[in-house]
Design a protein around this ligand. Structure first.
Ligand SMILES: Cc1cc2nc3c(=O)[nH]c(=O)nc-3n(C[C@H](O)[C@H](O)[C@H](O)COP(=O)(O)OP(=O)(O)OC[C@H]3O[C@@H](n4cnc5c(N)ncnc54)[C@H](O)[C@@H]3O)c2cc1C
Length: 451
């Protein structure tokens, strides 16, 4: 091991020329799970992962730690593909069952990522927000969730779990688990190394065409290439295919027992809210709160924000959210960071495989990539090895979405969308609206998010 700008390097740099059966670009969850399933399906194949920085440098080392049932995208849009609503239901069911599949794989591989399946709570702070959750639950039912999988909670039921001051009520989803993201990515990297996968860090791929990968210090020939670069995909897949949307997080210092007595949160549920500029949070294994939200949404020209510097304004906004949830408790912030999600023009993720070029990709998970990386990586391995499974015909396989607009329209569009969401939250709260405002509907339409 050696030290670099981002901490300890665990794997060597690639240098020279080599050939592999499968070359994977990107050392995040998708690349790692894809390598895991290739080795499980065909142990004799040689597999190498090339990571530009360090394993877990991308969103996989920086996320909110939810393994959730949520699919990466809009179920209504997937239902418009040739598989229809049945295809969307199958996709949804695959994500629900994958939560337990991930947890049992972690157990089989001896990976301790602080995993706890405590479910997820969605809090409504306004009547309009509560009504959105009621509608959301109806949609969940139509895509196959059961009464046991998604329950409506009134204010006191919600507060008996997490004692948020201004909550109206909310939803409880059963199939969501909390993890420590960095522990998961490193545990997974160790597991695939044990299976014989070679991992190279500080080994950026500068081009990948017809089975030839050019790196800064060498060339790799591969029978099959997987592009698993999510929010960083611009240089390899094209800057208009996916854009990097920023998300920022803070983690508090460890809270006192007295504070936890006031807050509750004993079952380690993941937490979000129904605001348009929503937050997501978890109680960590060492008794802190990690909470995230949008911060600066998008950098002109698809910038990826480097190692994740976070504006003080964003830190204060997230801290203020916690103070509003739990008045009377002072939250000291220990760390703040940011990362990027890959977002397609209609916010739907996609797994693609081209047997002619031997190249595939699994990208565009928006904010729901922890489970999506497992399902996408697994599906990519199956498609590349010519296996048929319940996953290989899901509607996100081969799903195509139109390109993002060129700059500066793209930048203006994303800024406007987030501005509309911010205004809509204030409007709905100040006017005590019963229904979602037209402003928010306009933002959703602009983004293509409405279901
Ligand atoms: C702050 C934040 C919070 C989030 N919270 C959640 C959550 O709670 N639950 C959830 O489901 N999802 C969440 N997400 C999304 C989720 O983390 C991601 O979707 C998921 O980790 C994507 O994994 P990945 O392996 O596809 O991509 P990444 O983890 O981004 O990995 C891509 C890797 O590719 C490398 N790379 C890029 N270009 C090259 C190249 N040319 N050569 C070699 N390597 C290259 C990058 O350095 C990077 O390490 C969050 C994301 C962020 C940023």
């Amino acid at each position: 091991m050696s030290n670099s700008e981002y901490g300890t390097d665990r794997y060597p740099r690639f240098q020279g020329d080599a050939s592999f059966d499968v070359a994977i670009i990107g050392g995040g969850y998708t690349g790692l799970w894809a390598s895991y399933f290739v080795k499980k399906l065909e142990p004799s194949l040689s597999v190498a992962i090339f990571e530009a920085e360090q394993v877990g440098y991308g969103a996989s080392g920086r996320n909110g730690g939810w393994i959730s049932h949520m699919i990466p995208g809009n179920r209504k849009k997937f239902a418009r593909t040739s598989q229809g609503a049945e295809g969307s239901r199958a996709l949804q069911r695959e994500f629900i069952t994958s939560v337990d599949a991930i947890l049992s794989t972690l157990e089989d591989e001896g990976i301790d990522a602080d995993q706890v399946k405590g479910g997820m709570l969605a809090a409504a702070h306004t009547v309009a927000g509560y009504n959105r959750l009621v509608t959301k639950r109806e949609a969940d039912f139509s895509y196959g969730l059961t009464e046991d999988e998604v329950r409506l909670l009134d204010r006191s039921e919600f507060q008996s779990r997490i004692n948020i001051d201004d909550v109206h009520g909310g939803l409880f989803y059963k199939d969501v688990a909390r993890i420590n993201p960095a522990k998961l990515v490193h545990g997974l990297a160790e597991a695939v190394t044990r299976l014989g996968v070679e991992i190279y860090e500080h080994s950026r791929v500068t081009s990948a065409e017809s089975g030839v990968l050019k790196l800064e210090r060498g060339t790799v020939k591969a029978l099959k290439t997987f592009i698993c670069t999510e929010g960083y995909s611009g240089p390899l897949l094209g800057s208009r295919r996916l854009i990097p949307i920023n998300s920022s997080m803070i983690v508090t210092q460890r809270l006192s027992e007295k504070a936890w007595d006031r807050i509750g949160w004993k079952d380690m549920e993941c937490l979000n809210d129904s605001a348009h500029t929503f937050i997501y949070a978890q109680r960590t294994a060492d008794d802190r709160i990690a909470i995230g939200g949008r911060g600066m949404p998008y950098r002109f020209g698809s910038g990826t924000g480097g190692s994740g510097e976070t504006e003080q304004r964003t830190v204060q906004q997230l801290q203020a959210k916690l103070s509003a949830f739990f008045p009377g408790i002072h939250f000291n912030v220990d760390h703040a960071w940011s990362g990027v999600l890959g977002v397609t023009r209609d916010w739907n993720g996609t797994v693609s495989w081209d047997p002619h070029t031997g190249t595939g990709a699994s990208v565009g998970y928006a904010g729901h990539g922890v489970t999506a990386a497992f399902v996408g990586g697994r599906t990519l391995a199956e498609l590349a090895l010519n296996r048929t499974s319940e996953r290989t015909s899901l509607p996100w396989v081969g799903y195509q979405t139109r390109d993002w607009e060129p700059e500066p329209i793209r930048w203006l569009g994303v800024q406007t969308m987030y501005r509309l969401f911010g205004v809509a939250d204030t409007w709905e709260e100040s006017r005590k609206l019963q229904q979602t405002s037209l402003i928010a509907k306009a933002g959703s339409r602009l983004a293509g998010l409405h279901e």
